[in-house]
Design a protein around this ligand. Sequence first.
Ligand code: SF4
Length: 64
Amino acid sequence: MELKVNKDKCIGCGMCVSTLEEVFDFDDDGQAKVIQNPIKEENEETASELAGDNGCPTGAIEEV
Ligand code: SF4
């Protein structure tokens, strides 16, 4: 699984970074970025939740 953050949607709330800091970090612009691609197996379940309807509040985390 590979993910990306859609910069047009990310509002920099930090939910993804605080939930899964191995996979997400902030860019210099205060938006999130994916720092682990492909996503390691042990992080896939949580990453999928963040990319799903109950995850990122703006739906900015997208599967590549
Ligand atoms: Fe951006 Fe979504 Fe992460 Fe919040 S949870 S920082 S809106 S990608």
